[in-house]
Write a protein that binds this ligand. Structure first.
Ligand code: GDD
Ligand code: MN
Length: 386
């Protein structure tokens, strides 16, 4: 017979935590039929060995040891696909999630909820000892999800939730295994029809080991939100790239204004047709190229970023692409305004030139994007992805 509850514990290097964590859960679920499945990605600290030993004595504790696959989201999917319970619960294997909540969560599912989420952000919940940056990023990412996906629960990034078996399998085929979070995927794609409730809890501090999740998680989360919302029409990488591009325009302008205000003046080159060189314009452009590179490297193309000194090489390639983009834009502008526009009877006035400028910016932007995403940021292998 099926157990009522399957608790899924993804683990990576949790040797100091896994046994007390499992014991706490067993104590709480004592009277409820259950299984506990640890999905371990062959942890170097041998977490899996501890689970093997527990399994010998208590077959309700099971181990899935993955030798090649890695990553938190896919570990949870692996666990769910082999779980036998009526209700699936996902928890950290490090005791940060309060197991005392489980009976109340089960109650919610019994009473008709499809999904029950342990939240750190509602009244009565808290994040524990997190750095200011992590708190800030987590809140920004959560607000994005609420805004773009119209999710009403307060903590869609939570790693602590329960879901009914049939709800998971009904929506399971839609879940993107590289996707950021099962919960977000389910809420984002199928949220409307589902009854989702939440319960506040205090996120405990870690006793052993360290977090595997860094600040980039907020970025991965944002990407997942954009994919869910706009993925049908446009790639999330392109959206991030455009966002960075927009910020570049601002930097360009600010740089220009700064160098104008300190009065760098113009340079007289003595060249016949272009005798004066506007230094502040040049610095504005250069500053925006630098800031675009940094932001694209650590934000847009984070998985294939250049690190440390390699960034210099990346910057040189990026500058080359930017220069090429400039020629493309100039060329398209010339073609548009001197060859094409007259054919359509458009006079040589400001409106026409503005229109041609817009088109040329657009073409150059796509060319640059194409080159940057296919050349500049394909040099490096993708880094481990959550
Ligand atoms: N199998 C497997 N593979 N497990 C992993 C991996 C992986 O690549 N990465 C992390 N884990 C396990 C950890 O061992 C832990 O049990 C759980 O997944 C969560 O990782 P933590 O390192 O404990 O994350 P956290 O506590 O800092 O982050 C919390 O907040 C996140 C963002 O809101 C957790 O609650 C996360 O679940 C949550 O997504
Ligand atoms: Mn944790």
């Amino acid at each position: 017979m099926r157990p009522k509850i399957s608790v899924l514990l993804p683990s990576y290097n949790e040797a100091g935590n896994i046994e007390p964590c499992i014991n706490n859960i067993i104590k709480i679920l004592n009277d409820t039929s259950h299984e506990i499945i640890v999905i371990d990605d062959n942890s170097p600290d041998k977490t899996w060995q501890i689970v093997e030993q527990i399994h010998e004595k208590n077959p309700r504790v099971k181990l899935i040891r993955r030798m090649t696959e890695k990553g938190l989201s896919s570990a949870i999917i692996t666990g769910m696909n082999s779980a036998e319970g009526e209700y699936f619960f996902v928890m950290d294997a490090d005791m940060q999630h309060d197991e005392n909540l489980l009976p109340v969560m089960i109650d919610h599912l019994d009473k008709g909820s499809d999904v029950i989420v342990g939240t750190r952000y509602a009244n009565g919940g808290s994040t524990g000892k997190w750095s200011f940056l992590r708190k800030f990023l987590s809140i920004v990412a959560t607000s994005f999800a609420k805004f773009f996906l119209h999710i009403s629960i307060s903590d869609p990034m939570s790693g602590f939730f329960g879901i009914k078996r049939e709800v998971y399998f009904k929506n399971g085929e839609n879940i993107n295994p590289r996707g950021f979070k099962i919960l977000l995927e389910i809420l984002g794609r199928n949220g409307n029809g589902l009854k989702v409730s939440e319960l506040p809890f205090h996120f405990r501090n870690r006793l052993h080991g360290e977090t595997k999740i860094n600040n980039s998680i907020a970025r991965s989360f944002l990407v997942a939100v954009l994919d869910l919302r706009f993925g049908k029409w446009v790639s999330s990488t392109f959206l991030l790239y455009s966002l960075v591009g927009l910020s570049g325009v601002l930097v360009n302008l600010l740089g220009f204004m700064f160098f104008e205000s300190i009065g760098v003046g113009d340079l007289n080159t003595g060249i016949k047709f272009l005798p004066v060189f506007p230094i502040s314009v040049f610095f504005g452009i250069e500053l925006s190229i630098i800031s675009n590179f940094i932001l694209n490297n650590y934000f847009t193309f984070y998985e294939t970023r250049y690190e440390k000194w390699a960034a210099v090489r990346g910057f040189i390639i990026f500058s080359g692409v930017s220069a090429l983009g400039m020629f493309v834009q100039l060329g398209v502008f010339q073609l548009m305004s001197y060859k094409i526009a007259p054919k359509f009877g458009l006079g040589e006035n400001f409106e026409t030139r503005f229109f041609c400028e817009m088109i040329s910016i657009f073409v150059a932007m796509f060319t640059n994007y194409f080159l940057n995403s296919n050349i500049t940021w394909t040099v490096n292998k993708p880094k481990r992805f959550q």
